[in-house]
Design a protein around this ligand. Structure first.
Ligand code: ATR
Length: 262
């Protein structure tokens, strides 16, 4: 692809930066869809964040930028406008820079997850869901599941207080949705999701009890590497439908490109 004066620029900011894969994903997507846009990785430490964001504001051909660790919360505070879920989570992972130099923030992990499920023909609406994890990714997925219309939601996490805090926030935002705290057994739930980091490393313990899984259940991961975690292997052996981490990423990339108006 040829970069010219008409090419839209977008960036990803992170610290460290060397591991980010979003630029390859976005640049490939732009190439495949014939978009005249390019994403560059920008290494920004927290002390320089405000200067960099001010610089971005002045760049008239900058469509937007993606934000990852550790800047998601700090950048949310610098936005002129936040999507509803970004406001609730006080975090952003993508910004659109409008022509008037304003910053519009959104968080897309949850929406990407739900879009990935739908792409695989799995509709969360009306299904009961069990979600393990209470960190940033889990919170985003919990809100997106609530928004998508799950019939009830059970939250489990190693640190109970974090699960309880998430339960409370969800109950306030979605008063009609039954949200409860659960243990390690996802029995009785249609959709079982691991949103912890357990499974990333070989030898990690399983995030939940797999003994009672049945073939009616769908088991989903957000981990992409390895593609088939120990949880998914166990779920497959029980006859469950499994959802890999890749569709979430692909859908999130699409949503990021759309949000930045590429
Ligand atoms: P992310 O933004 O990817 O969600 P995070 O906010 O650090 O990352 O959250 C990590 C999640 O994985 C948390 O739910 C964490 O549980 P705690 O809240 O108890 O820390 C979970 N997690 C990480 N390591 C774990 C482990 N060894 N056992 C159980 N849960 C673990």
């Amino acid at each position: 692809m040829e970069i010219t004066g008409k090419t839209k620029i977008c960036a990803i900011i992170a610290d460290p930066i060397h591991h980010v894969k979003t630029p390859q994903g976005i640049n490939r997507l732009c190439e495949e869809t014939g978009k005249d846009a390019v994403m560059v990785p920008v290494h920004v430490s927290s002390k320089d964040l405000i200067s960099v964001v001010n610089g971005f504001l002045a760049m008239q051909n900058l469509a937007g930028f993606v934000i990852t660790v550790p800047h998601k919360t700090a950048v949310a505070k610098l936005c002129d406008e936040l999507s509803d879920d970004a406001a609730r989570m006080e975090a952003v992972n993508v910004i659109r820079r409008s022509a008037d130099g304003k910053l519009h923030g959104a968080i897309l992990d949850g929406k990407g997850f739900v879009a990935g499920l739908r792409e695989e023909g799995i509709e969360p609406e009306g299904r009961s869901a069990y979600l393990v994890g209470a960190g940033g990714a889990a919170s985003a997925i919990a809100y997106a599941l609530a928004e998508a219309g799950v019939s009830r939601l059970t939250l489990a996490n190693r640190t109970q207080e974090k699960a309880e805090a998430l339960r409370k926030r969800l109950a306030e935002a979605y008063p009609a949705l039954p949200v409860s705290l659960g243990g390690r057994d996802p029995k009785g739930h249609d959709l079982v999701i691991n949103a912890t980091s357990l499974g990333l490393k070989e030898g990690d313990p399983l995030p939940l009890d797999v003994e009672g899984l049945t073939q009616e259940q769908i088991v989903a991961e957000i981990i992409m590497e390895p593609a088939e975690t120990a949880l998914l292997k166990a779920a497959k052996s029980k006859g469950c439908t499994v959802q890999y981490g890749l569709p979430m990423l692909k859908n999130q990339l699409k949503l990021m490109a759309e949000t930045m108006g590429l």
